[in-house]
Design a protein around this ligand. Structure first.
Ligand code: A3P
Ligand code: MG
Ligand code: MG
Length: 380
C-alpha cells in the first residue's frame, strides 16, 4: 500500500493542532513492507532483589542449563511451601527504568548531541512489555490496554495504566489460575543456575520479586527507542555473542496433542512469544510443554528468527510486518498528539478490541507518573 492508504486509516477529523484523533488497528492497513528496525544494542542492565530493591548491576542474571528433551519437571512442587509472590497490586510504573536512567545518563547521550544538553537523545522511554502489547494489538481480540504518555525534555515516556477489566481479572483469579502463574517461574528455577559454574536448585524458594532487566536502545523507522525488559537467563559460553545475543527467554505452554491445539499455539502463543523476544533482540526461546498436572513432558527451542517461517502454513495467520508497522504508526500518532513538554500532563491512550486507539488529556491527575525525584534530578 502507498502513502495515501497509509494516511487514510487516521480519522479524517484532525484536531486543532493537526493531529488525528484516533488510530485504526485494522490489520489490513498495516500490510506494508517491513519497517526499519535496528538491531537492539544493550546499553546497560539492572537487577531487582528478593525485596524488589533496585541495583544498577547484573547480580540477578542467571545461566541457562540445558535440560533433557523430556525432563519430567514437576511445576507444582513448592507452590504452597517455597513461593514468595510479588505483590502485583503495587504499580511500579517506570520507576526502575527511571532509576537506571539517572544512574547512567552519560551512557545514553548520543554523539550528535552536545555533552551539555540535558535531553536524553531518545524519542521514547518505556518497558518492553508495553511495546509487546502495542505490537500484538492488530491481532488481539480479548484484552484492551491503556498507555499513559508524557513529554519531558523532548522525550516521551510511556507507562501502562491497568484497565478496569485487568484489575477485575487480577482480583478474581481462581486458585487454579494463581497456581498456574507460578508454573512459569518454577520452570525457570529448574533450568537456571545462579552462577556460571553452578547447577539449578529446584529445592530453593521461587521469589518473583527477583528480576534481571536489560536496557536496550534501538530505532523503529524514525523513532529512537530506549526500553527495558526482564531477561530470564543467558547462555554460559563466555564466547557467546554480546548481550542481548546471549540471552534466552523461557516459556511454558500446555502440551500439544491435536491439530487444533497446534494451530492455536501458532496463532496466539507464538505471536506473543515472538513479539516479546524480537523487540529486545533475544534470539532464543526455550519452551517447556506441560501436561494438565504440571509435568514438563517436552522441551523445545524456538529461535526467534525462525518463528515467522514456522507459522506461514497457518491460514490467515499473524504477520510480523503488521505488528511492526502498527507500532511505527502508533508511535507516530503519539508523537503528533503529545506536544506539550510537561511531566504533569498525561495523554492517556486507550484501546479496546474492535475499536480505534483514542486518547484523553489529564493535568495533575491520578495518571501523572513521572516522579518528582526524576524531574528534579534530570533538571539539575
Ligand atoms: P510463562 O512464560 O511460562 O507463561 P516471562 O515468560 O515473561 O518471563 O514470565 C514468566 C512467568 O510469569 C510466566 O511464565 C508466567 O508464569 C508469569 N506471567 C507473566 N506474565 C503473565 C501474565 N500476563 N499473566 C499471568 N502470568 C504471567
Ligand atoms: Mg521472564
Ligand atoms: Mg519467560
Amino acid at each position: 500500500a502507498d502513502y495515501k492508504t497509509n494516511k487514510r486509516h487516521r480519522s479524517s477529523d484532525e484536531g486543532q493542532h493537526g493531529a488525528a484523533e484516533s488510530l485504526s488497528a485494522h490489520r489490513q492497513l498495516y500490510e506494508r513492507h517491513f519497517p526499519l528496525y535496528k538491531q537492539p544494542v544493550e546499553v546497560g542492565c539492572f537487577s531487582l532483589d528478593s525485596r524488589r530493591s533496585f541495583f544498577n548491576d547484573h547480580r540477578q542474571l542467571r545461566y541457562y542449563v540445558q535440560p533433557t528433551k523430556s525432563p519430567g519437571f514437576n511445576l507444582r512442587d513448592g507452590y504452597t511451601s517455597r513461593f514468595v509472590k510479588r505483590d502485583d497490586s503495587v504499580k511500579e510504573k517506570l520507576d526502575h527504568v527511571l532509576k537506571w536512567i539517572l544512574a547512567n545518563r552519560d551512557k545514553i547521550q548520543t554523539r550528535v548531541q552536545p555533552p551539555s544538553s540535558s535531553a536524553l537523545g531518545v524519542d521514547f522511554v518505556t518497558w518492553r512489555g508495553h511495546l509487546t502489547k502495542v505490537l500484538t494489538t492488530p491481532y488481539e481480540t480479548q484484552e484492551g490496554w491503556m498507555l499513559a504518555a508524557s513529554r519531558f525534555r523532548g522525550t516521551i515516556y510511556i507507562s501502562e495504566v491497568e484497565t478496569e477489566a485487568a484489575r477485575v481479572n487480577r482480583e478474581t483469579r481462581s486458585e487454579r489460575q494463581e497456581e498456574m502463574m507460578y508454573w512459569g517461574y518454577k520452570f525457570e528455577q529448574y533450568i537456571c543456575a545462579d552462577d556460571v559454574d553452578g547447577t539449578p536448585d529446584p529445592g530453593g524458594v521461587v521469589n518473583t520479586n527477583e528480576a534481571f532487566c536489560t536496557v536496550v536502545q534501538t530505532r523503529l523507522a524514525d523513532h529512537k527507542l530506549l526500553f527495558s525488559g526482564e531477561v530470564d537467563c543467558r547462555v554460559k559460553d563466555p564466547d557467546a555473542p554480546p548481550a542481548p545475543g546471549c540471552y534466552v527467554e523461557l516459556k511454558t505452554s500446555a502440551e500439544i496433542c491435536t491439530p487444533k491445539q497446534r494451530s492455536n499455539f501458532h496463532r496466539y502463543k507464538l505471536l506473543k512469544w515472538w513479539a516479546q523476544s524480537f523487540l529486545p533482540g533475544v534470539p532464543q526461546i526455550v519452551a517447556g510443554f506441560r501436561d494438565h498436572d504440571g509435568i514438563v513432558v517436552a522441551v523445545e527451542a524456538f529461535p526467534t528468527s525462525k518463528i515467522s517461517q514456522l507459522i506461514k502454513n497457518e491460514y490467515n495467520c499473524w504477520k510480523p510486518t503488521v505488528c511492526m508497522n502498527f507500532c511505527n504508526d502508533f508511535l507516530s500518532f503519539v508523537k503528533s498528539v503529545v506536544k506539550e513538554d510537561n511531566p504533569r500532563l498525561v495523554y492517556l491512550f486507550s484501546w479496546d478490541p474492535h475499536r480505534d486507539v483514542t486518547y484523553a488529556v489529564h493535568r495533575d491527575s491520578q495518571y501523572t507518573f513521572l516522579p518528582d525525584w526524576y524531574i528534579q534530578d534530570m533538571s539539575s
